[in-house]
Ligand binder design. Structure first.
Ligand code: FES
Length: 107
């Protein structure tokens, strides 16, 4: 397990996901109730950008076809009908804010 330090352009705002790229991986950061959630930023269905998805609590909804994911566990909460292809769980990562706009992520 390696830790990567990243600096954001601006501090995270609650309930607004932000996309970062770490070692070629698209990752999304989301601050909910002072908890920093960190998960794969690319939808496992067809690659939608989850940082542009709508957020409800700790659920993110893919902007493309509206699959819903739990940002804490990465699990799919609501999938597509199987004829459209199914999304699978997202990878999640441990992350913490080390300063207002600095984040350390365990990859
Ligand atoms: S790309 Fe995300 S639901 Fe299809």
């Amino acid at each position: 397990m390696e830790t990567e330090q990243i600096t954001l352009n601006e501090p995270l705002k609650p309930n607004k996901p932000v996309a970062v790229e770490v070692r070629g991986k698209k990752i999304a950061l989301l601050l909910v109730n002072d908890n920093l959630l960190c998960f794969e930023g690319k939808c496992t269905h067809q690659g939608g950008d989850l940082s542009k998805g709508m957020v409800e609590g700790t659920t993110v909804i893919c902007p493309n076809h509206h699959v819903q994911f739990d940002c804490v566990t990465g699990q799919v909460l609501r999938n597509l009908p199987s004829e459209y292809g199914q999304a699978t769980s997202l990878r999640t990562f441990k992350a913490k804010l080390t300063d207002k706009n600095k984040v350390s992520i365990e990859l």
